[in-house]
Write a protein that binds this ligand. Structure first.
Ligand code: RFL
Ligand code: PHB
Length: 388
């Protein structure tokens, strides 16, 4: 088989890139290791920056998002000393959108199917070759048969555990990592959310987050030790812990119910440089991971894909400036989000070695944010998403 762009990984990055390129007349094949049902069922991100909203619209997958998504114009920060709202819309002129990654993936699958996009799932042993030549190819097997795809470009959208990044020679690849000594225990529950605004709470027992998907679907998280197991957390234990970490004004309003999904995500910051080597480009979680505080992961994946789309369209039109500059352009935005997510994580979580001094520093950071329009603007312009 021959295609112009072979995309490894059919998560949100890979599906969106394939959709955008197809609409620009560029041919792609997506190779995905898991089944389509598995990819569609993963419950993850929920908060879109405005740039992501516009990119999804440009990809022709905005209709359901615009109908069912919840425009969001503020964020609440809470602590033992009370809570306050940062008016993102007033400070930046822009809003966010609450719309789950599960829905985005479903929209992208429908759009790809409607255009007869080629997504080959349940593939094994994907391996790129000849990335340092002008004519790379990718081999894989499916159902016991081996296949080869010849292409012009290979794009690694295969997440943190994918194969693409490992193809960059070790003397070229540089990685940066911080592993946080805790994770997030997340619960999805068919209950009315306690707040229409997303609430980030700092508490001596640990961080808590209140989010939502719609009027009858709540998404909550509590910080847990990195080695905690989900089986050790009954629903009752989760709700008790969540309530303890919220101010009374919120905890009194929590409506509990059975969890329909419960999982623990470890927190890490990770960047791989460069994001292009020869005929390989990386996008999304294949190149970088942020802790979920600030909700930047999927949004960074979408900005990478938007840059790559523009660069590949220009390349096939005879202009290589975009593809030559892709890595530097993407990393510039990535590092700013890495820094913001690290700062927000450090300000809101309880670290195992944290002492009273550290707690006072966090309290004082929140007090400063509550009182200072300048500090709120700094948070707001990053939270709503830096320009592309
Ligand atoms: P994905 O989603 O990991 O998809 C990669 C795909 O590649 C496939 N794959 C392979 N395919 C072929 N061959 C191989 N060798 C392969 N190896 C892997 C995998 O099966 C998979 O289908 O990466 P992508 O597309 O870059 O998307 C990234 C986002 O999924 C991720 O950044 C977000 O979910 C992060 N995130 C959030 N981001 C936000 O912007 N806002 C949020 O509110 C938000 N909340 C979250 C989050 C992530 C979380 N977890 C679980 C880590 C909340 C949580 C709890
Ligand atoms: C979510 O709704 O899942 C969510 C919201 C905000 C975050 C992380 C996750 O910072």
């Amino acid at each position: 088989m021959r295609t112009q762009v072979c995309i490894i990984g059919g998560g949100p990055s890979g599906l969106l890139l394939s959709q955008l390129l197809h609409r620009s007349g560029i041919d792609t094949v997506v190779l995905e290791a898991r089944s389509r049902a598995y990819v569609a069922g993963r419950i993850r991100a929920g908060l879109l920056e405005w740039g992501s909203v516009e990119t999804l619209r440009a990809a022709g997958v905005g209709a359901r998002m615009d109908r069912d998504g919840i425009p969001d114009d503020g964020v609440v920060l809470a602590s033992q000393h009370g809570d306050f709202r940062i008016d993102i819309k007033a400070l930046t002129g822009k809003r966010m959108m609450i719309y789950g990654q599960t829905e985005i993936t479903a929209d992208l699958f429908s759009a790809r199917d409607a255009m007869n996009g080629v997504i080959i799932d349940e593939v094994e042993g994907v391996r790129p070759h000849g990335l340092d030549t002008g004519a790379p190819h990718v081999t894989y097997s499916k159902g016991g048969t081996s296949y080869r795809i010849d292409c012009d470009w290979v794009i690694g959208c295969d997440g943190y555990h994918g194969v693409s990044r490992t193809c960059i020679p070790s003397d070229t690849l540089k990685t940066f990592e911080r592993i946080y000594p805790f994770g997030w225990l997340g619960v999805l529950s068919e209950t009315p959310p306690v707040s229409r605004k997303i609430v980030y709470a700092n508490h001596p027992r640990g961080f808590a987050l209140c989010s939502l998907r719609n009027e009858m679907l709540s998404r909550y998280y509590v910080q847990v030790p990195a080695d905690d197991a989900v089986v050790g957390w009954s629903d009752d234990a989760f709700w008790d812990e969540l309530r303890r970490r919220l101010p009374d004004s919120l905890s009194d309003g929590i409506v509990t119910g059975p969890s329909i999904e419960k999982s623990i995500a470890p927190l890490r910051s990770f960047v791989a440089e460069p994001m292009r080597w020869g005929r390989l480009c990386l996008a999304g979680d294949a190149a970088h991971i942020v802790p979920p505080t600030g909700a930047k992961g999927l949004n960074l994946a979408i900005s990478d894909v938007s840059y790559l789309h523009d660069a590949l369209v220009a390349h096939f039109g005879g202009d290589d400036a975009g593809i030559d500059g892709y890595s530097a352009r993407a990393l510039n935005r990535v590092w700013k989000a890495i820094r913001f997510s690290w700062w927000f994580t450090s300000t809101m979580h309880r670290f195992p070695d944290q002492n009273d001094f550290d707690q006072r520093i966090q309290d004082s950071e929140l007090a400063y944010l509550e009182a200072s329009a300048a500090a709120q603007t700094v948070l707001a312009e990053q939270y709503v998403g830096l320009p592309y």
